[in-house]
Design a protein around this ligand. Sequence first.
Ligand SMILES: C[S@@+](CC[C@H](N)C(=O)[O-])C[C@H]1O[C@@H](n2cnc3c(N)ncnc32)[C@H](O)[C@@H]1O
Length: 236
Amino acid sequence: MTIKTSHDEGDLLDKLGAFFDSKIQPKMKDIEKLLKKEIELGKLKPENLIDYDPDSSFSYISAFLRDKGVSAVMPSSRFLVDRVLKAMDLGHAPVVVEFGPAEGVMTRRILHSMPEDGVLLAIELNGDFVKSVKRIRDPRLRVVQGDVQDVEKHMARLGLPKADVLVSGIPFSFFDAEGRVRLLDKIDSCLKPAGRFVAYQVTTHLIPLLRRKFRDVDGFLELRNIPPHFVFTAKK
Ligand SMILES: C[S@@+](CC[C@H](N)C(=O)[O-])C[C@H]1O[C@@H](n2cnc3c(N)ncnc32)[C@H](O)[C@@H]1O
């Protein structure tokens, strides 16, 4: 397996610095202001920190502050989305399953790249994100509020055949060792014989498990994301 970095170091640091200054820093200032206001008012509790509003630029961070299952402080960057989309190779993938779409940055791009007669099942636990992703108007999209551990049930209930590609943004670190193996077994059983599983993760602990289960495993480190993510492609 090869782990490649996407840029040489100097170039990368410049780009990360510019990205941080232009995209993150202005938002941090606004978030700081909000926090200060909440502290002054003496009501700094997660449940009334910031109401979830899908149209607000704070929507994702609001969900992150309330729900530890959200795990990443920001949606995937376009660099990570590009990398994941490339790994998914969606040109001939009529049936796709997405774990943890959050607000749908990946979902929109998947729909853009997959066949016109395809179907995309997105499974999300967080109710606010479900409402958000349901606003995507595309007849190929099925959004289910539920746990990815029940993926087989969700697919059966919707009458879906086995998937060509399954992509996951959920942190496997949330599961214990047995839970990870169980979920990978389910993923395997939901995929067609030549299907592929793509996972974007902060850690590398999936590698040995993927190697045990899949014929071919490849990886890539995308640094231009907060936090940097590994993208693993596992082919059956
Ligand atoms: C790191 S975020 C995904 C980011 C998103 N796909 C993106 O590209 O911006 C993980 C998502 O998985 C969802 N999630 C976590 N555990 C889950 C589970 N067991 N079943 C379904 N969704 C889950 C969280 O609510 C969250 O939206």
